[in-house]
Ligand binder design. Structure first.
Ligand code: ADP
Ligand code: MG
Length: 273
């Protein structure tokens, strides 16, 4: 059997866009679940104080359980905070409303930009994929994610103002690679809530292709009601309605990212055998 992740160690992807409502959380949950269902042990980390990723997987959001807050503050090691989910191979570092204060509390901490990266170090090797769902801001929480990550996955809607704010995001990427994390790179730009029937989205897509070249991912995520419904059932779309267009699109995204990274899907290897 192919070694999980092709034996290359783990890939840490931060799902980032400082705009809200572009599909970050939907992408983090459903991409992580799709990778897990391909047989790759995946860790999903909820770095947003809104804790929508945590809620979307059926966990209460204001629980007493340990969370990303404790991880960042050094209250407990990652192995004590990670919880299994209903999806085989998918584990979660739950989010917490306490994180709202963490931006301020972190300022006073040692290695404040490296807290997440340092905390993940002991468990990194266990997970071929680690997916970080970021808040809609370029704050210290997002900075911690970028410092911990290898790649940036940027969900975006194909709308006229799509590129607004992107230059700020790209200069943040430059700043992080220069000052904190030289191996961080743009992994890909993902079009979400996509409707390829409109002229506008085709025009915008052409523009984005010109701007991002091969970083614009081939997979697009259609607008699909199942993707919007699944979180209220506490499930990723692949468990809620695995035959939906939304589930199919995130499966395709998982396969595209594996291919781009020269990694194999253990499930696919098994199907072929
Ligand atoms: P963000 O995390 O960037 O704020 P979300 O993933 O929470 O964005 O998405 C914002 C809203 O849009 C949510 O209500 C979500 O259910 C919905 N949504 C996201 N992607 C899709 C999609 N492809 N099809 C339909 N609804 C979607
Ligand atoms: Mg979100």
């Amino acid at each position: 059997a192919a070694e999980a992740g092709g034996g290359k160690g783990s890939k840490v992807l931060a799902v980032v866009n400082q705009k809200g409502g572009v599909g970050k959380t939907t992408t983090a949950i459903n991409l992580a679940a799709a990778l897990a269902l391909e047989g790759l042990k995946t860790l999903l980390i909820d770095c947003d104080p809104q804790a929508n990723t945590t809620g979307g997987l059926g966990f209460a959001r204001d629980d007493e359980r340990s969370s990303i807050y404790d991880l960042l503050m050094g209250h407990a090691p990652a192995e004590k905070i990670i919880v299994p989910t209903e999806v085989e191979n998918l584990s979660l570092v739950p989010g917490s409303k306490n994180l709202i204060g963490a931006n301020i509390e972190l300022v006073a901490q040692d290695r404040r930009e490296y807290r997440l990266r340092d905390a993940l170090e002991p468990v990194r090797a266990q997970f071929p994929f680690i997916i970080l769902d970021c808040p809609p801001a370029l704050d210290l929480l997002t900075l911690n994610s970028l410092v911990a990550a290898d790649g940036l996955l940027v969900p975006m809607q194909a709308e006229y103002f799509a590129l607004e704010g992107i230059s700020e995001l790209m200069s943040t990427l430059d700043r992080v690679t220069q000052s904190f994390n030289p191996k961080l790179a743009l992994e890909g730009v993902l079009l979400t809530m996509y409707d390829d029937r409109t002229n506008l989205s085709q025009q915008v897509t052409e523009n984005l292709k010109g701007f991002f070249t091969d970083k614009l991912l081939k997979t697009t995520i259609p607008r699909n009601i199942r993707l919007a419904e699944a979180p209220s059932h506490g499930k990723p779309v692949s468990l809620y309605d695995g035959k939906s267009r939304g589930a199919e699109a995130y499966r395709e995204l998982a396969m595209e990212l594996l291919e781009r990274n020269g990694m194999k899907s253990p499930e696919e290897e098994r199907r072929k055998a």
